[in-house]
Design a protein. Sequence first.
Length: 279
Amino acid sequence: MKDIHLGKDSAIPNRHDPSVLSALSRLESRKKSGLEDYSTILNGRDFWTSYEVSWLNERGMPQNKILNISYSSDSKFFVESKSLKLYLYSLNNEKFDCLERIQDLIKKDLEDALKTEVEVELTQNPRDIEGEWYSLDQLEIDHIDSHPNSLVIEPDDQEKIIENISCSLFRSLCPVTAQPDWATIYISYEGNGINHKTLLRYLLSYRNHQGFHEECVERIFFDVLKRCKPESLTVRANFLRRGGIEINPIRSTLQEFEGEMFRGERPVSYTHLTLPTKA
């Protein structure tokens, strides 16, 4: 793995330069949360959206689009955000005769860097979250823990429900720069109910936790799964953009969600699953 760009002064490349892309190890990130042995039971994708993508057409006129990127959480690597920003800047002065040409180039460069299949779409519109969601933001709690502690999450007495929950108060810290990362967390599940106040207390305890976006979502997913044992669970985080880039990881017990079908489907049973015991 090459040196990362986060927290360092980096020159902006003037011409197309895929060498600036840095790939981070998922295994190393998961080891920090004690999740390295559980990646094989995890379904998920990482969704990235960049709002600052620009290049030139063959006449030299600037072209601007929104870039949507996604790849599987099964991949060995995930892209470092600042390196992606620098890479996209390197395309600003390049000429392309059609949209498909630059889209195919971005796809190839990312797949070469991450050693996995990457879906790429240049569009006018970012992805939206559909459906109705119960917001935890309206609740009040008396105490916020200084670090994430799964033991505070409690089930409630509701049996066999389907519920969509959101929380836009989430904050974590970048593990490299310690800058705050803000997100809306979406949790969709079926099974016994989850106590809303204890779930909010748990989510707010990430306020001073240093972790990459992907690591935070995986830890939330496994902690809720371990404590409440839902029949199905999907956790997604929509992080506010920094440097023109959004990172929106999603992890799920389902093989299919939001119209996205996982490749290489495998049967998953959670009935006898031994989950991480870290608080």
